[in-house]
Ligand binder design. Structure first.
Ligand code: CP
Length: 356
């Protein structure tokens, strides 16, 4: 992983107006960051500022005119060097709902394919007068390198195995919503299981950081190759018995097996094509036998427990159809909440930068 300690440039704390129903005027919140690169470097108070700002924006999506003028005149650029459906569309819509203009770049069809570096690409896009860069990259630390090379805001939209901060925030928001904690975002007393390919997962790392800072307990579950004991240094516990843990948790977050990040799978795939082979387990059938969330296993959950998945899902491998589409599933609610979370991230970073 690239060095990321410089990723949040030191800044003075600025007062940023919190969004209200009709305008961006309202009670001030404290936000001091130009960029959002990860949840590991944020305090509990900063996480709550992001989440409470998202709660303020959630109401906008229910209106007939789904827009506020908070970032009118600003430009947000999506720089996606790795595929995405949810995150990319969600950031685009979030920026549009804040009245910002949005431009899009992908590595295919851009000068990246001619060998231009990620940072040079970002600096050229910034030179067009862009206020925020939303960066997804297969390499851990790439958004941090971009942040160090530009002056505008940078939001990490998922980098390698490192972090996916807005996914972590939307997962936390959804857990808080299901448990009536949207006022406080105090998750004390809640226990969350993260199941599957934890070691490859930026979603897991952001969730573990955010959930534990807000008071929740996290247990990671998987075979030792995918959920090694060493993950406990992040502040969670690790277990390998899914059925024993399920009755004890308030939420279970099922992770996709990231075949493309497992060396053999990636080699077989030529770095791109979806494959269903990994050196981490003998076969997907054997993986599923131990760690898939089947209907039978889902019945072990407490009555109020929720089932989450960041997507994209490998249906039939880590999660059964009837569970993904069943009454405990909040998977599409996560996607809905992602919009408000991304509005908050863009608004705080860009408005805060302007105030500075
Ligand atoms: N959860 C998530 O990051 O999905 P995408 O890869 O579709 O953006």
């Amino acid at each position: 992983m690239f060095r990321t300690s410089y990723t949040l440039a030191p800044m003075t704390t600025m007062s940023v107006a919190s969004p209200t129903a009709e305008s961006v005027d309202g009670p001030s919140v404290q936000w001091k960051h130009r960029c959002l690169l990860g949840l590991q470097e944020l305090s509990a108070e900063e996480l709550r500022t992001l989440l409470k700002t998202a709660a303020g924006f959630a109401e906008v999506s229910g209106r007939s005119v789904k827009k506020v003028p908070a970032l009118r005149g600003k430009v947000v650029a999506n720089l996606f060097f790795e595929d995405s459906t949810r995150t990319r569309l969600s950031f685009t819509l979030a920026a549009q709902r804040l009245s910002a203009d949005v431009i899009d770049l992908t590595s295919s069809g851009s000068s990246v394919s001619k060998g231009e570096s990620t940072v040079d690409t970002a600096r050229n896009v910034e030179a067009m007068g862009v206020d925020a860069l939303v960066v997804r990259h297969k390499s851990s630390g790439a958004p941090g390198l971009v942040a160090a090379g530009v002056k505008c805001s940078v939001i990490n939209a998922g980098d390698g195995k490192h972090e996916h901060p807005t996914q972590g925030l939307l997962d936390i928001y959804t857990l808080a919503e299901a448990n009536g904690r949207l006022e406080t975002f105090d998750l004390t007393g809640l226990r969350v299981a993260i199941v599957g390919d934890v070691v490859s997962s930026r979603v897991a790392r952001s969730n573990i950081a955010g959930l534990t800072k807000l008071g929740a307990k996290v247990v990671c579950i998987g075979p030792g190759t995918l959920a090694p004991k060493s993950m406990e240094t992040l502040g969670c516990t690790v277990d390998d018995d899914l059925e024993a843990v399920l009755p004890t948790v308030d939420a279970v977050n099922m992770l996709r097996i990231q075949f493309e990040r497992h060396s053999e799978g990636a080699a077989k795939a030529g770095g791109g094509e979806a494959v269903r082979a990994s050196p981490a387990f003998p076969s997907t059938r054997e993986y599923s036998r131990g760690y898939a969330l089947t209907a039978e296993r889902a019945r072990l959950l407490k009555p109020g427990a929720i089932i989450m998945h960041p997507g994209p899902m490998n249906r039939g491998i880590e999660i059964a159809d009837e569970v993904a589409d069943g009454p405990k599933s909040v998977i599409l609610r996560q996607v809905t909440n992602g919009l408000a979370v991304r509005m908050a991230a863009l608004y705080l970073c860009v408005s805060g930068s302007e105030a500075r």
